[in-house]
Design a protein around this ligand. Sequence first.
Ligand code: ZN
Length: 314
Amino acid sequence: MRRKRYREPVFSGGFTAFLLVILLIGCGVVLYIVMSSDSGGGVASLRPPVSNESGTGDGDYEPGTSVGMGEGQDPGPGDTTDNVVAGGEPDTNSGGVEGYDYGDITGVPPTITLLTEVDNSLLPWYLKLVNRYNFLEYDFYPQLTYLGVGGGHRFDTRAYRALLNMFESARAEGLDPIVVSSFRSVSRQTYLFNRQIQRNIDAGYSEGQAFENARRVVAYPGTSEHNLGLAVDIVSNSYHGLTARQAETAEGIWLAENSWRYGFVLRYPYYQQHITNIIFEPWHFRYVGVDAAAEMFARGLVLEEFVSELLQNQ
Ligand SMILES: [Zn+2]
């Protein structure tokens, strides 16, 4: 009796341990399947399946700037040109580039209805949605901090430290990322937009044509994430091109894999161009906070999807 009483709990504990081991193995297998699936989250959902030649419009290009953070350089002339696309067939509103291989488009879970217009007042500042359907007001102007002594680039003060941390980590690993575009105000965007219209009129276009053509090369005022102060364009110092090739640089690879740790997301991934309406931009990173960035990265969601889900669950 004594021996039996002694053995029972031992056997029972051993059996529980056995069940736990089986359970853990099961979880491991499921996790492995999820991680190795292309339709899942992570870096695989951010990048194109093969290296492709893009090199055209992104609505982001600012020629002439290669200001490194903290290097104390003056902003190049590009900083005052702002948002002019580098030739090709630029169209920030086209949803992509002709001849672009979209690959297997990752489907949106059926439970999520993508909202075209969002009540941004329901969202925290770091999740504010700015896109072709969600405009910033003309006088929107966040509190900004300069990136580096004397540099012309500014970023939202509340997220500045996170950006700096990300750069410090990248540099600690021997990488050399540089900022080529950061904040620009809605009023400045308006000035640039109107100037482009005037140039088109001077070139002989009608007012309507001048407007439409301006939209193709300058982001419409208030619809650029750069107006928000939470977006930054980062390129490798070894390759400054704003093309899909940026994703193949050591800096591009590192940022795609690690930016979420600092609260940033690769905002316009390859597989969700049909949702973002912006071509694959491996250089454009948006601060959304660490929690949201971690979840968006793990589940392969873009901000439109994340915010839609969040608002529906409120
Ligand atoms: Zn950008």
